[in-house]
Design a protein. Structure first.
Length: 572
Protein backbone atom coordinates (compact mmCIF):
# COMPACT_ATOMS: atom_id res chain seq x y z
CA UNK A 1 0.00 0.00 0.00
CA UNK A 2 1.36 3.41 -0.97
CA UNK A 3 1.68 5.80 2.02
CA UNK A 4 -0.98 8.53 1.86
CA UNK A 5 1.43 11.36 2.75
CA UNK A 6 3.18 10.98 -0.61
CA UNK A 7 0.05 12.19 -2.39
CA UNK A 8 0.74 15.64 -0.99
CA UNK A 9 3.84 15.93 -3.22
CA UNK A 10 3.06 17.16 -6.75
CA UNK A 11 4.12 14.75 -9.48
CA UNK A 12 6.89 16.04 -11.73
CA UNK A 13 8.91 14.74 -14.64
CA UNK A 14 7.48 12.12 -16.98
CA UNK A 15 4.78 10.88 -14.53
CA UNK A 16 3.53 14.46 -14.12
CA UNK A 17 3.52 15.00 -17.89
CA UNK A 18 1.52 11.80 -18.44
CA UNK A 19 -1.01 12.91 -15.79
CA UNK A 20 -1.25 16.36 -17.41
CA UNK A 21 -1.89 14.75 -20.80
CA UNK A 22 -4.59 12.51 -19.24
CA UNK A 23 -2.63 9.45 -20.25
CA UNK A 24 -2.52 8.21 -16.62
CA UNK A 25 -4.53 9.03 -13.55
CA UNK A 26 -2.50 10.46 -10.67
CA UNK A 27 -3.13 7.41 -8.51
CA UNK A 28 -2.09 4.99 -11.26
CA UNK A 29 1.03 7.05 -11.91
CA UNK A 30 2.06 6.96 -8.23
CA UNK A 31 1.44 3.21 -8.01
CA UNK A 32 3.50 2.65 -11.15
CA UNK A 33 6.40 4.66 -9.68
CA UNK A 34 6.42 2.62 -6.47
CA UNK A 35 6.02 -0.77 -8.12
CA UNK A 36 8.65 -0.08 -10.80
CA UNK A 37 11.10 0.80 -8.02
CA UNK A 38 10.20 -2.37 -6.14
CA UNK A 39 10.72 -4.49 -9.26
CA UNK A 40 13.84 -2.49 -10.19
CA UNK A 41 12.42 -1.84 -13.63
CA UNK A 42 12.67 1.46 -15.53
CA UNK A 43 9.42 3.42 -15.27
CA UNK A 44 8.83 3.48 -19.03
CA UNK A 45 9.54 -0.25 -19.37
CA UNK A 46 7.13 -0.96 -16.49
CA UNK A 47 4.35 1.01 -18.19
CA UNK A 48 4.93 -0.87 -21.46
CA UNK A 49 5.14 -4.30 -19.85
CA UNK A 50 1.94 -3.78 -17.86
CA UNK A 51 0.20 -2.11 -20.83
CA UNK A 52 -0.96 0.73 -18.56
CA UNK A 53 -0.83 3.32 -21.36
CA UNK A 54 -1.25 3.46 -25.11
CA UNK A 55 2.15 3.36 -26.79
CA UNK A 56 1.38 6.32 -29.02
CA UNK A 57 0.36 8.41 -26.00
CA UNK A 58 3.46 7.37 -24.06
CA UNK A 59 5.70 8.32 -26.99
CA UNK A 60 4.00 11.73 -27.17
CA UNK A 61 4.52 12.27 -23.44
CA UNK A 62 8.20 11.29 -23.66
CA UNK A 63 8.74 13.64 -26.59
CA UNK A 64 7.19 16.62 -24.76
CA UNK A 65 8.89 15.90 -21.46
CA UNK A 66 12.43 15.45 -22.81
CA UNK A 67 12.21 17.72 -25.84
CA UNK A 68 13.20 14.89 -28.18
CA UNK A 69 11.65 14.61 -31.66
CA UNK A 70 8.90 12.02 -32.11
CA UNK A 71 8.89 10.25 -35.48
CA UNK A 72 6.71 7.74 -37.29
CA UNK A 73 9.33 5.07 -37.90
CA UNK A 74 7.17 3.40 -40.55
CA UNK A 75 7.94 6.34 -42.80
CA UNK A 76 11.66 5.46 -42.76
CA UNK A 77 13.54 2.90 -44.84
CA UNK A 78 16.22 0.67 -43.41
CA UNK A 79 19.64 1.94 -44.48
CA UNK A 80 21.97 -1.09 -44.68
CA UNK A 81 25.03 1.15 -44.60
CA UNK A 82 23.94 2.65 -41.26
CA UNK A 83 22.65 -0.62 -39.80
CA UNK A 84 25.97 -2.37 -40.37
CA UNK A 85 27.63 0.14 -38.02
CA UNK A 86 26.30 -2.04 -35.19
CA UNK A 87 25.68 -5.77 -34.88
CA UNK A 88 22.56 -7.87 -34.30
CA UNK A 89 23.25 -8.40 -30.60
CA UNK A 90 23.32 -4.67 -29.96
CA UNK A 91 19.99 -4.15 -31.74
CA UNK A 92 18.33 -6.94 -29.79
CA UNK A 93 19.87 -5.95 -26.46
CA UNK A 94 18.86 -2.28 -26.39
CA UNK A 95 15.83 -2.22 -28.71
CA UNK A 96 17.37 0.81 -30.36
CA UNK A 97 18.28 1.21 -34.01
CA UNK A 98 20.47 3.71 -35.93
CA UNK A 99 18.32 5.44 -38.56
CA UNK A 100 20.56 7.89 -40.41
CA UNK A 101 23.63 10.11 -40.21
CA UNK A 102 23.65 13.91 -40.41
CA UNK A 103 26.58 16.27 -39.88
CA UNK A 104 28.75 13.71 -38.12
CA UNK A 105 25.90 12.62 -35.84
CA UNK A 106 24.12 9.29 -35.71
CA UNK A 107 20.38 9.52 -35.03
CA UNK A 108 19.14 6.54 -33.03
CA UNK A 109 15.48 5.57 -32.67
CA UNK A 110 14.40 4.18 -29.30
CA UNK A 111 11.21 4.01 -27.27
CA UNK A 112 12.75 5.02 -23.91
CA UNK A 113 15.09 8.05 -23.98
CA UNK A 114 16.00 7.43 -20.35
CA UNK A 115 17.94 4.33 -21.46
CA UNK A 116 21.22 6.23 -21.64
CA UNK A 117 23.31 3.06 -21.67
CA UNK A 118 21.92 2.22 -25.14
CA UNK A 119 23.04 5.53 -26.58
CA UNK A 120 26.42 5.32 -24.86
CA UNK A 121 27.15 1.81 -26.12
CA UNK A 122 26.13 2.63 -29.70
CA UNK A 123 28.28 5.77 -29.57
CA UNK A 124 31.21 3.74 -28.20
CA UNK A 125 30.86 1.09 -30.93
CA UNK A 126 30.40 3.48 -33.85
CA UNK A 127 32.72 6.31 -32.68
CA UNK A 128 29.97 8.70 -33.79
CA UNK A 129 28.08 11.08 -31.49
CA UNK A 130 24.52 9.80 -31.01
CA UNK A 131 21.26 11.75 -30.96
CA UNK A 132 18.03 10.11 -29.72
CA UNK A 133 14.74 10.05 -31.62
CA UNK A 134 11.58 8.68 -30.01
CA UNK A 135 9.51 6.02 -31.75
CA UNK A 136 6.48 4.08 -30.60
CA UNK A 137 7.60 0.83 -29.00
CA UNK A 138 5.47 -1.55 -31.08
CA UNK A 139 6.42 0.05 -34.40
CA UNK A 140 10.06 0.16 -33.33
CA UNK A 141 10.02 -3.57 -32.51
CA UNK A 142 8.73 -4.43 -35.99
CA UNK A 143 11.28 -2.12 -37.59
CA UNK A 144 14.11 -3.83 -35.69
CA UNK A 145 12.75 -7.23 -36.71
CA UNK A 146 12.96 -6.22 -40.37
CA UNK A 147 16.41 -4.75 -39.78
CA UNK A 148 17.62 -8.05 -38.33
CA UNK A 149 16.21 -9.96 -41.33
CA UNK A 150 17.97 -7.61 -43.70
CA UNK A 151 21.16 -7.82 -41.66
CA UNK A 152 21.13 -11.61 -41.91
CA UNK A 153 19.95 -12.04 -45.47
CA UNK A 154 21.61 -9.37 -47.56
CA UNK A 155 25.13 -10.38 -46.73
CA UNK A 156 26.37 -7.22 -45.06
CA UNK A 157 30.01 -6.78 -45.86
CA UNK A 158 31.82 -7.27 -49.15
CA UNK A 159 28.69 -7.99 -51.20
CA UNK A 160 26.91 -4.89 -49.98
CA UNK A 161 29.59 -2.55 -51.27
CA UNK A 162 29.76 -4.10 -54.72
CA UNK A 163 29.32 -1.63 -57.57
CA UNK A 164 28.39 -2.48 -61.13
CA UNK A 165 28.70 -0.49 -64.30
CA UNK A 166 25.30 -0.28 -65.97
CA UNK A 167 25.97 -0.53 -69.69
CA UNK A 168 24.07 1.90 -71.95
CA UNK A 169 22.01 3.21 -69.04
CA UNK A 170 21.50 6.88 -69.86
CA UNK A 171 18.41 7.41 -67.72
CA UNK A 172 18.98 9.68 -64.73
CA UNK A 173 17.69 8.17 -61.52
CA UNK A 174 16.81 11.61 -60.12
CA UNK A 175 14.23 12.00 -62.86
CA UNK A 176 12.56 8.67 -62.27
CA UNK A 177 12.65 7.93 -58.54
CA UNK A 178 11.13 10.63 -56.40
CA UNK A 179 13.13 9.92 -53.24
CA UNK A 180 15.85 11.98 -51.59
CA UNK A 181 19.45 11.08 -52.47
CA UNK A 182 20.17 9.85 -48.97
CA UNK A 183 17.19 7.46 -49.04
CA UNK A 184 17.91 6.26 -52.58
CA UNK A 185 21.38 4.86 -51.90
CA UNK A 186 20.26 1.96 -49.69
CA UNK A 187 17.86 0.72 -52.38
CA UNK A 188 20.58 0.89 -55.03
CA UNK A 189 23.03 -0.96 -52.79
CA UNK A 190 20.46 -3.60 -51.88
CA UNK A 191 19.65 -4.36 -55.54
CA UNK A 192 23.37 -4.48 -56.38
CA UNK A 193 23.91 -6.84 -53.47
CA UNK A 194 21.19 -9.19 -54.68
CA UNK A 195 22.54 -9.23 -58.25
CA UNK A 196 26.08 -9.88 -57.02
CA UNK A 197 24.95 -12.71 -54.75
CA UNK A 198 22.88 -14.32 -57.49
CA UNK A 199 25.83 -14.27 -59.90
CA UNK A 200 28.18 -15.59 -57.22
CA UNK A 201 25.82 -18.49 -56.37
CA UNK A 202 25.23 -19.38 -60.01
CA UNK A 203 21.50 -18.61 -59.81
CA UNK A 204 19.44 -18.72 -63.00
CA UNK A 205 16.64 -16.38 -61.84
CA UNK A 206 15.87 -13.76 -59.18
CA UNK A 207 12.30 -13.23 -57.94
CA UNK A 208 11.34 -9.95 -56.21
CA UNK A 209 7.94 -10.56 -54.60
CA UNK A 210 5.76 -8.11 -52.61
CA UNK A 211 2.99 -9.36 -50.29
CA UNK A 212 0.70 -7.63 -47.82
CA UNK A 213 3.01 -7.85 -44.81
CA UNK A 214 6.30 -9.18 -46.17
CA UNK A 215 8.62 -8.74 -49.12
CA UNK A 216 10.92 -11.53 -50.17
CA UNK A 217 13.70 -12.06 -52.69
CA UNK A 218 14.19 -15.61 -53.94
CA UNK A 219 16.93 -17.10 -56.13
CA UNK A 220 16.59 -20.21 -58.27
CA UNK A 221 19.81 -22.13 -57.67
CA UNK A 222 20.25 -25.54 -59.32
CA UNK A 223 16.58 -25.40 -60.34
CA UNK A 224 15.17 -24.82 -56.82
CA UNK A 225 13.83 -21.53 -55.44
CA UNK A 226 15.06 -20.38 -52.03
CA UNK A 227 14.49 -17.19 -50.02
CA UNK A 228 17.66 -15.10 -49.71
CA UNK A 229 16.38 -11.79 -48.36
CA UNK A 230 13.37 -10.19 -46.68
CA UNK A 231 13.66 -6.40 -47.03
CA UNK A 232 11.00 -4.12 -45.49
CA UNK A 233 7.74 -4.20 -47.41
CA UNK A 234 7.74 -0.38 -47.24
CA UNK A 235 10.48 -0.19 -49.88
CA UNK A 236 8.69 -2.42 -52.41
CA UNK A 237 7.92 0.43 -54.80
CA UNK A 238 11.44 1.81 -54.57
CA UNK A 239 12.93 -1.59 -55.37
CA UNK A 240 10.61 -1.93 -58.37
CA UNK A 241 11.48 1.60 -59.51
CA UNK A 242 15.21 0.98 -59.23
CA UNK A 243 15.05 -2.25 -61.27
CA UNK A 244 12.86 -0.55 -63.88
CA UNK A 245 15.37 2.28 -64.22
CA UNK A 246 18.14 -0.25 -64.78
CA UNK A 247 16.02 -2.10 -67.38
CA UNK A 248 14.93 1.18 -69.04
CA UNK A 249 11.25 0.49 -68.44
CA UNK A 250 8.43 2.95 -67.69
CA UNK A 251 8.71 3.61 -63.95
CA UNK A 252 5.26 5.23 -63.76
CA UNK A 253 3.47 2.27 -65.38
CA UNK A 254 2.41 -0.25 -62.73
CA UNK A 255 -0.81 -1.59 -64.29
CA UNK A 256 0.50 -3.74 -67.16
CA UNK A 257 3.40 -6.20 -67.53
CA UNK A 258 6.66 -4.91 -68.98
CA UNK A 259 9.76 -6.63 -70.38
CA UNK A 260 13.24 -5.22 -70.45
CA UNK A 261 16.91 -6.03 -70.30
CA UNK A 262 19.83 -5.06 -68.10
CA UNK A 263 23.46 -5.39 -69.08
CA UNK A 264 25.92 -5.15 -66.22
CA UNK A 265 29.65 -4.89 -66.71
CA UNK A 266 31.21 -6.61 -63.71
CA UNK A 267 34.81 -6.51 -64.92
CA UNK A 268 36.87 -5.16 -67.79
CA UNK A 269 36.28 -8.31 -69.82
CA UNK A 270 32.95 -9.63 -68.58
CA UNK A 271 29.37 -8.39 -68.81
CA UNK A 272 26.23 -10.25 -67.78
CA UNK A 273 22.74 -9.79 -69.21
CA UNK A 274 19.53 -9.94 -67.18
CA UNK A 275 16.16 -10.39 -68.84
CA UNK A 276 13.61 -8.48 -66.73
CA UNK A 277 9.88 -9.17 -66.55
CA UNK A 278 7.43 -7.20 -64.39
CA UNK A 279 3.89 -8.30 -63.58
CA UNK A 280 1.26 -6.44 -61.49
CA UNK A 281 0.05 -8.61 -58.60
CA UNK A 282 -2.27 -7.96 -55.66
CA UNK A 283 0.25 -6.12 -53.45
CA UNK A 284 2.50 -4.46 -56.01
CA UNK A 285 4.69 -5.69 -58.85
CA UNK A 286 6.47 -9.01 -59.00
CA UNK A 287 9.75 -8.77 -60.88
CA UNK A 288 11.65 -11.75 -62.25
CA UNK A 289 15.17 -11.33 -63.56
CA UNK A 290 16.68 -14.16 -65.60
CA UNK A 291 20.48 -14.26 -65.68
CA UNK A 292 21.97 -14.77 -69.13
CA UNK A 293 25.67 -15.47 -68.63
CA UNK A 294 27.04 -16.90 -71.87
CA UNK A 295 30.52 -17.25 -70.36
CA UNK A 296 29.15 -19.79 -67.85
CA UNK A 297 27.82 -22.13 -70.56
CA UNK A 298 29.97 -25.21 -71.11
CA UNK A 299 29.35 -26.60 -74.61
CA UNK A 300 31.29 -29.84 -74.15
CA UNK A 301 28.95 -32.70 -75.07
CA UNK A 302 30.82 -35.12 -72.80
CA UNK A 303 29.83 -33.31 -69.57
CA UNK A 304 26.12 -32.75 -70.23
CA UNK A 305 25.04 -36.18 -69.00
CA UNK A 306 24.29 -38.06 -72.24
CA UNK A 307 24.63 -41.84 -72.11
CA UNK A 308 26.99 -43.17 -74.82
CA UNK A 309 24.13 -44.40 -77.02
CA UNK A 310 22.25 -41.10 -76.62
CA UNK A 311 25.37 -39.13 -77.58
CA UNK A 312 25.88 -41.33 -80.64
CA UNK A 313 22.30 -40.75 -81.81
CA UNK A 314 22.61 -36.98 -81.38
CA UNK A 315 25.91 -36.81 -83.27
CA UNK A 316 24.46 -38.93 -86.09
CA UNK A 317 21.53 -36.53 -86.42
CA UNK A 318 23.91 -33.56 -86.52
CA UNK A 319 25.90 -35.25 -89.29
CA UNK A 320 22.86 -35.23 -91.61
CA UNK A 321 23.03 -32.43 -94.21
CA UNK A 322 19.30 -31.71 -93.86
CA UNK A 323 16.33 -32.47 -91.65
CA UNK A 324 15.04 -31.19 -88.32
CA UNK A 325 16.35 -31.77 -84.78
CA UNK A 326 13.95 -30.76 -81.99
CA UNK A 327 14.68 -30.37 -78.27
CA UNK A 328 11.77 -30.27 -75.83
CA UNK A 329 11.33 -29.58 -72.14
CA UNK A 330 10.15 -26.89 -69.71
CA UNK A 331 11.80 -23.51 -69.22
CA UNK A 332 15.16 -23.90 -67.52
CA UNK A 333 15.72 -27.52 -68.57
CA UNK A 334 18.90 -26.78 -70.54
CA UNK A 335 17.46 -26.86 -74.07
CA UNK A 336 19.54 -23.91 -75.26
CA UNK A 337 22.78 -25.46 -74.03
CA UNK A 338 21.96 -28.73 -75.81
CA UNK A 339 21.23 -26.93 -79.08
CA UNK A 340 24.33 -24.75 -78.84
CA UNK A 341 26.46 -27.78 -78.06
CA UNK A 342 25.36 -29.12 -81.45
CA UNK A 343 25.88 -25.73 -83.13
CA UNK A 344 29.36 -25.52 -81.61
CA UNK A 345 30.23 -28.91 -83.15
CA UNK A 346 28.95 -27.79 -86.58
CA UNK A 347 30.49 -24.30 -86.41
CA UNK A 348 33.22 -24.41 -89.06
CA UNK A 349 34.61 -21.96 -91.57
CA UNK A 350 32.80 -23.58 -94.51
CA UNK A 351 29.36 -23.61 -92.87
CA UNK A 352 26.81 -20.75 -92.82
CA UNK A 353 24.88 -20.86 -89.52
CA UNK A 354 22.08 -18.44 -88.60
CA UNK A 355 20.03 -18.35 -85.41
CA UNK A 356 16.84 -16.55 -84.36
CA UNK A 357 16.43 -16.33 -80.58
CA UNK A 358 14.44 -14.54 -77.90
CA UNK A 359 16.70 -13.69 -76.20
CA UNK A 360 20.18 -14.52 -77.53
CA UNK A 361 21.55 -16.32 -74.47
CA UNK A 362 24.94 -17.57 -75.68
CA UNK A 363 27.27 -15.50 -77.85
CA UNK A 364 29.10 -17.78 -80.27
CA UNK A 365 31.65 -16.28 -82.73
CA UNK A 366 31.16 -17.48 -86.28
CA UNK A 367 27.37 -17.78 -85.89
CA UNK A 368 24.99 -15.14 -87.26
CA UNK A 369 22.63 -14.48 -84.35
CA UNK A 370 19.38 -12.50 -84.61
CA UNK A 371 17.55 -11.09 -81.60
CA UNK A 372 13.79 -11.51 -81.98
CA UNK A 373 11.79 -8.39 -81.09
CA UNK A 374 8.09 -8.62 -81.76
CA UNK A 375 7.60 -4.92 -80.95
CA UNK A 376 9.60 -3.99 -84.05
CA UNK A 377 8.09 -6.77 -86.15
CA UNK A 378 11.14 -9.07 -86.05
CA UNK A 379 9.36 -12.37 -85.44
CA UNK A 380 10.67 -15.92 -85.72
CA UNK A 381 8.79 -16.38 -88.99
CA UNK A 382 10.20 -13.16 -90.48
CA UNK A 383 13.75 -14.09 -89.42
CA UNK A 384 13.36 -17.56 -90.98
CA UNK A 385 12.21 -16.06 -94.27
CA UNK A 386 15.25 -13.76 -94.27
CA UNK A 387 17.62 -16.64 -93.50
CA UNK A 388 16.34 -18.65 -96.47
CA UNK A 389 17.37 -15.79 -98.78
CA UNK A 390 20.93 -15.79 -97.38
CA UNK A 391 22.26 -19.17 -98.51
CA UNK A 392 22.02 -20.96 -95.12
CA UNK A 393 23.39 -24.39 -94.26
CA UNK A 394 22.14 -24.58 -90.67
CA UNK A 395 19.28 -22.66 -89.08
CA UNK A 396 18.49 -22.53 -85.37
CA UNK A 397 15.07 -21.25 -84.30
CA UNK A 398 14.88 -20.48 -80.58
CA UNK A 399 11.31 -21.77 -80.26
CA UNK A 400 8.50 -22.94 -82.54
CA UNK A 401 5.51 -21.04 -81.19
CA UNK A 402 3.02 -20.99 -84.06
CA UNK A 403 1.99 -22.65 -87.32
CA UNK A 404 3.77 -20.12 -89.54
CA UNK A 405 7.14 -20.67 -87.86
CA UNK A 406 6.65 -24.45 -87.81
CA UNK A 407 5.67 -24.56 -91.50
CA UNK A 408 8.65 -22.50 -92.66
CA UNK A 409 11.02 -24.59 -90.51
CA UNK A 410 9.57 -27.86 -91.86
CA UNK A 411 9.88 -26.63 -95.48
CA UNK A 412 13.49 -25.56 -94.88
CA UNK A 413 14.34 -28.97 -93.36
CA UNK A 414 12.73 -30.68 -96.37
CA UNK A 415 14.68 -28.64 -98.94
CA UNK A 416 18.29 -29.28 -98.02
CA UNK A 417 18.80 -27.37 -94.76
CA UNK A 418 19.54 -28.51 -91.23
CA UNK A 419 16.99 -26.91 -88.84
CA UNK A 420 17.25 -27.03 -85.05
CA UNK A 421 14.59 -25.75 -82.65
CA UNK A 422 12.73 -26.23 -79.35
CA UNK A 423 9.16 -26.83 -78.20
CA UNK A 424 7.50 -27.08 -74.82
CA UNK A 425 6.16 -30.63 -74.36
CA UNK A 426 6.52 -33.25 -71.64
CA UNK A 427 8.38 -35.87 -73.67
CA UNK A 428 9.61 -36.69 -77.17
CA UNK A 429 6.50 -38.52 -78.55
CA UNK A 430 4.22 -35.65 -77.48
CA UNK A 431 6.29 -33.26 -79.60
CA UNK A 432 5.08 -34.90 -82.81
CA UNK A 433 1.40 -34.69 -81.85
CA UNK A 434 1.91 -31.10 -80.65
CA UNK A 435 3.06 -30.07 -84.13
CA UNK A 436 0.05 -31.80 -85.66
CA UNK A 437 -2.18 -29.87 -83.23
CA UNK A 438 -0.53 -26.65 -84.47
CA UNK A 439 -1.75 -27.51 -87.96
CA UNK A 440 1.38 -28.99 -89.56
CA UNK A 441 0.56 -31.81 -91.98
CA UNK A 442 1.54 -35.28 -90.68
CA UNK A 443 3.36 -36.25 -93.92
CA UNK A 444 5.45 -33.04 -93.68
CA UNK A 445 6.50 -33.90 -90.09
CA UNK A 446 7.36 -37.50 -91.04
CA UNK A 447 9.42 -36.27 -93.99
CA UNK A 448 11.35 -33.56 -92.12
CA UNK A 449 11.98 -34.54 -88.47
CA UNK A 450 15.09 -36.70 -87.87
CA UNK A 451 15.47 -36.62 -84.07
CA UNK A 452 13.65 -35.41 -80.96
CA UNK A 453 15.27 -34.98 -77.56
CA UNK A 454 13.32 -34.47 -74.35
CA UNK A 455 15.32 -33.41 -71.34
CA UNK A 456 15.30 -32.34 -67.70
CA UNK A 457 17.96 -31.16 -65.26
CA UNK A 458 18.46 -32.92 -61.92
CA UNK A 459 20.57 -31.60 -59.09
CA UNK A 460 23.87 -33.47 -58.86
CA UNK A 461 24.78 -34.99 -55.49
CA UNK A 462 27.72 -33.35 -53.76
CA UNK A 463 30.81 -35.43 -52.88
CA UNK A 464 29.53 -35.50 -49.27
CA UNK A 465 26.64 -37.78 -50.35
CA UNK A 466 25.67 -40.67 -48.08
CA UNK A 467 24.34 -44.15 -48.84
CA UNK A 468 20.59 -44.62 -48.40
CA UNK A 469 18.70 -47.69 -47.24
CA UNK A 470 15.45 -47.74 -49.23
CA UNK A 471 12.92 -50.63 -48.99
CA UNK A 472 12.78 -52.93 -52.02
CA UNK A 473 9.06 -52.26 -52.46
CA UNK A 474 9.70 -48.52 -52.80
CA UNK A 475 12.44 -49.19 -55.37
CA UNK A 476 10.13 -51.44 -57.38
CA UNK A 477 7.39 -48.80 -57.32
CA UNK A 478 9.95 -46.20 -58.42
CA UNK A 479 10.59 -48.17 -61.62
CA UNK A 480 13.68 -50.28 -60.90
CA UNK A 481 13.65 -53.83 -62.27
CA UNK A 482 13.20 -56.51 -59.60
CA UNK A 483 16.28 -58.48 -60.65
CA UNK A 484 18.59 -55.46 -60.28
CA UNK A 485 17.26 -54.19 -56.93
CA UNK A 486 19.48 -56.37 -54.66
CA UNK A 487 22.63 -55.07 -56.36
CA UNK A 488 21.67 -51.37 -56.32
CA UNK A 489 23.51 -48.90 -54.09
CA UNK A 490 21.60 -45.64 -53.77
CA UNK A 491 22.87 -42.35 -52.42
CA UNK A 492 21.21 -39.23 -51.10
CA UNK A 493 22.18 -35.77 -49.86
CA UNK A 494 23.96 -35.53 -46.54
CA UNK A 495 21.70 -33.71 -44.02
CA UNK A 496 23.14 -30.23 -43.55
CA UNK A 497 25.51 -30.68 -46.49
CA UNK A 498 29.10 -29.48 -46.29
CA UNK A 499 31.13 -26.32 -46.97
CA UNK A 500 31.21 -27.12 -50.68
CA UNK A 501 27.45 -27.45 -51.22
CA UNK A 502 26.02 -25.39 -48.35
CA UNK A 503 23.00 -26.97 -46.69
CA UNK A 504 21.40 -28.68 -49.70
CA UNK A 505 23.73 -31.65 -50.23
CA UNK A 506 23.68 -30.94 -53.99
CA UNK A 507 26.19 -29.12 -56.17
CA UNK A 508 25.53 -28.43 -59.85
CA UNK A 509 23.17 -30.28 -62.18
CA UNK A 510 23.18 -33.19 -64.60
CA UNK A 511 20.92 -33.77 -67.59
CA UNK A 512 18.57 -36.68 -68.13
CA UNK A 513 17.47 -37.30 -71.71
CA UNK A 514 15.10 -39.16 -73.99
CA UNK A 515 16.84 -39.20 -77.38
CA UNK A 516 14.37 -40.50 -79.98
CA UNK A 517 15.35 -40.84 -83.65
CA UNK A 518 12.35 -41.00 -85.97
CA UNK A 519 12.40 -44.52 -87.42
CA UNK A 520 10.54 -45.68 -90.53
CA UNK A 521 7.95 -47.36 -88.29
CA UNK A 522 7.34 -44.08 -86.45
CA UNK A 523 7.03 -42.17 -89.73
CA UNK A 524 4.28 -44.56 -90.84
CA UNK A 525 2.50 -44.12 -87.50
CA UNK A 526 2.69 -40.31 -87.81
CA UNK A 527 1.16 -40.38 -91.29
CA UNK A 528 -1.56 -42.72 -90.01
CA UNK A 529 -2.41 -40.15 -87.32
CA UNK A 530 -1.48 -42.31 -84.32
CA UNK A 531 -1.35 -40.58 -80.91
CA UNK A 532 1.54 -39.93 -78.52
CA UNK A 533 0.83 -43.07 -76.44
CA UNK A 534 1.25 -45.32 -79.49
CA UNK A 535 4.44 -43.50 -80.46
CA UNK A 536 5.80 -43.91 -76.92
CA UNK A 537 5.08 -47.64 -77.07
CA UNK A 538 6.95 -47.88 -80.37
CA UNK A 539 9.92 -45.99 -78.90
CA UNK A 540 9.99 -48.47 -76.02
CA UNK A 541 9.95 -51.39 -78.46
CA UNK A 542 12.93 -49.86 -80.25
CA UNK A 543 14.87 -49.75 -76.97
CA UNK A 544 14.73 -45.99 -76.41
CA UNK A 545 14.71 -45.21 -72.66
CA UNK A 546 12.21 -42.56 -71.56
CA UNK A 547 13.03 -39.72 -69.16
CA UNK A 548 12.15 -41.77 -66.10
CA UNK A 549 14.45 -44.63 -67.12
CA UNK A 550 17.22 -42.19 -67.94
CA UNK A 551 16.82 -40.60 -64.50
CA UNK A 552 16.93 -43.96 -62.71
CA UNK A 553 20.17 -44.75 -64.55
CA UNK A 554 21.67 -41.56 -63.07
CA UNK A 555 20.45 -42.68 -59.63
CA UNK A 556 22.15 -46.08 -60.04
CA UNK A 557 25.34 -44.30 -61.12
CA UNK A 558 25.29 -42.29 -57.88
CA UNK A 559 24.99 -38.95 -59.70
CA UNK A 560 21.66 -37.91 -58.22
CA UNK A 561 19.05 -39.12 -55.73
CA UNK A 562 15.74 -40.89 -56.22
CA UNK A 563 13.97 -37.96 -54.53
CA UNK A 564 15.46 -35.59 -57.10
CA UNK A 565 14.33 -37.71 -60.04
CA UNK A 566 10.84 -37.89 -58.51
CA UNK A 567 10.87 -34.10 -58.30
CA UNK A 568 11.52 -33.52 -62.00
CA UNK A 569 10.00 -36.59 -63.71
CA UNK A 570 6.61 -38.22 -63.19
CA UNK A 571 6.42 -41.90 -62.21
CA UNK A 572 3.78 -42.53 -64.85
Amino acid sequence: MVPQEKYKTRLTGLPGKLVTLNVLSESDARKAIELSRTERTPFVTYLLNKKLVKQSALAQGLSEEFGIPLIDINAFDIDPEVIKLVDEKLLEKHKAVPLFKRTKRLFVALSDPTALDALKEIQFRTKIKTEPIIAEADKLAKFIEHALDLFDDTGMGDDQDTDFELVDDTVKEEETISVPEEEKAPVVKFVNSMLFKAIKLGASDLHFEPYEKIYRVRFRVDGVLKVFAKPPVAIARKLAARIKVMARLDVAERRVPQDGRIKLKISAKKAIDFRVSTCPILWGEKIVMRILDSSAANLNIDILGYEEEQKRLYLEALANPYGMVLVTGPTGSGKTVSLYTGINILNQEGVNISTAEDPVEINLPGVNQVQIDEKTGMTFAKALKAFLRQDPDIILVGEIRDLETASIGIKAASTGHMVMSTLHTNDAPQTLTRMIDMGVKPFAIANAVNLIMAQRLCRRLCSCKIEQDIPEQVLAEAGFKKEEIPEIKLYGPKPGGCEKCGESGYKGRVGIYQVMPISDAMKRMIMEGQNAIALADQARKEGIPDLRESGLKKVKDGLTSLEEVDRVVSKE
